[in-house]
Ligand binder design. Structure first.
Ligand SMILES: NC(=O)c1ccc[n+]([C@@H]2O[C@H](COP(=O)([O-])OP(=O)(O)OC[C@H]3O[C@@H](n4cnc5c(N)ncnc54)[C@H](O)[C@@H]3O)[C@@H](O)[C@H]2O)c1
Ligand SMILES: O=P(O)(O)OC[C@H](O)CO
Length: 320
């Protein structure tokens, strides 16, 4: 029998504490894991008391996740080196601004066969270019690093509200183990191999969220009505344009044929609109600024292979 794996949560903010809560409950009932979880806490005083002492005495992170008890087996540790030294599984849940310093402190302190998972949404920027946070951890600590990202609000997850999340992990066995560590009845986990895509989605959506806040704050609320972003998301998930385009890409059959076969007389609006808008963009010499619209037009009407779709967008003049 293999030795139970010890888990350390590196971080104890809003999400870090919600994750520690899940992990603490899960390890108690799964013999593949050691029954205690170390949670590294960036020490600070709250009402004159050390936060670690409050967490260990009251089993609640009263500053970052108030109102939700942590299981007794989650032990707050202020010394990062001590917290991580016995861990087989390292869960990184800190704001991305602190990742370099945290990894630097961990260097030489972790078990050589430990592996990690990052819950951190962000990217790292340096003179050599952008880097995923998982890559920063991997390069600094020499361990494999998966990611977990999803439409998850820490307080809601802690309340046990239903939501789903995605683990990106290239190793099948590790992915299965990490799913066992994270999944609950209310927090449902899907594991995919494309870890980089999972991570970049998590990082970039935060910029859009800031933009959405600007719009709301400025009173430009119409995009947030049902006709705006909501309809965009709805059509991309469940609409007829999406369904027929999906079949087009999978089968290589023509749009006309598929529309006739799949829609029983109903009419697609997307390709025709792409053609109509294309006329205007061409007249105004704006095609370069709308690479997605242009790519859809070329694929639908000019015989451009659908397999070029991503490269059309990648080759936007602004990126050259
Ligand atoms: N909060 C959410 O709902 C949520 C959900 C999903 C993902 N995330 C992501 O999880 C990551 C962590 O977010 P969070 O909500 O746990 O953190 P948070 O926003 O609550 O951040 C505060 C944490 O940072 C720590 N901290 C402050 N100064 C520090 C320093 N110098 N060095 C190290 N730590 C320091 C604090 O002690 C505290 O634990 C982020 O990338 C976030 O985008 C958050
Ligand atoms: O509260 P935010 O904007 O950091 O977002 C939290 C989560 O990332 C939502 O999935």
């Amino acid at each position: 029998m293999t030795t139970p794996k010890k888990v350390c949560v590196v971080g104890s903010g809003n999400w870090g504490s919600a994750i520690a809560r899940i992990v603490g409950l899960n390890v108690e009932r799964n013999s593949k894991f050691h029954p205690t979880v170390a949670m590294w806490v960036f020490e600070e005083l709250v009402n004159g008391r050390k936060l670690t002492e409050i967490i260990n005495a009251e089993h609640e992170n009263i500053k970052y996740l108030p109102g939700h008890k942590l299981p007794d087996n989650v032990v707050a540790v202020a010394d990062l080196s001590e917290a991580v030294s016995h861990a087989d599984v390292l869960l990184f849940v800190i704001p991305h601004q602190f990742i370099h310093k945290v990894c630097d402190t961990m260097q030489g302190k972790i078990k050589p066969d430990a592996f990690g998972m990052s819950f951190i949404k962000g990217v790292d920027e340096s003179p050599s270019g952008l880097k995923l946070i998982s890559a920063v951890i991997r390069d600094k600590l020499g361990i494999s690093v998966s990611v977990l990202m999803g439409a998850n609000i820490a307080n809601e997850v802690a309340e046990g509200k239903f939501c789903e999340t995605t683990i990106g992990c290239k190793d099948k066995d590790q992915g299965t183990l990490l799913k066992e560590l994270m999944q609950t009845d209310h927090f449902r986990v899907t594991v995919v191999e494309e870890a980089e895509v999972v991570e970049i989605c998590g990082a970039l959506k935060n910029i859009v969220a800031v933009g959405a806040g600007f719009c709301d704050g400025l009173g430009f609320a119409t995009f947030l009505e049902s006709c705006g972003i909501a309809d965009l998301i709805t059509t991309c998930y469940g609409g007829r344009n999406r369904r027929v385009a999906d079949a087009f890409a999978r089968t290589g059959r023509s749009l006309e044929e598929l529309e006739k076969e799949m829609m029983n007389g109903q009419k697609l609006q997307g390709p025709a609109t792409a053609a109509e808008v294309h006329v205007l963009l061409e007249q105004k010499a704006l095609l370069d600024q709308f690479p997605l619209f242009n790519a859809v037009y070329e694929i639908c009407f000019e015989g451009r292979p659908v397999t070029d779709f991503i490269s059309c967008v990648q080759n936007h003049p602004a990126h050259l």
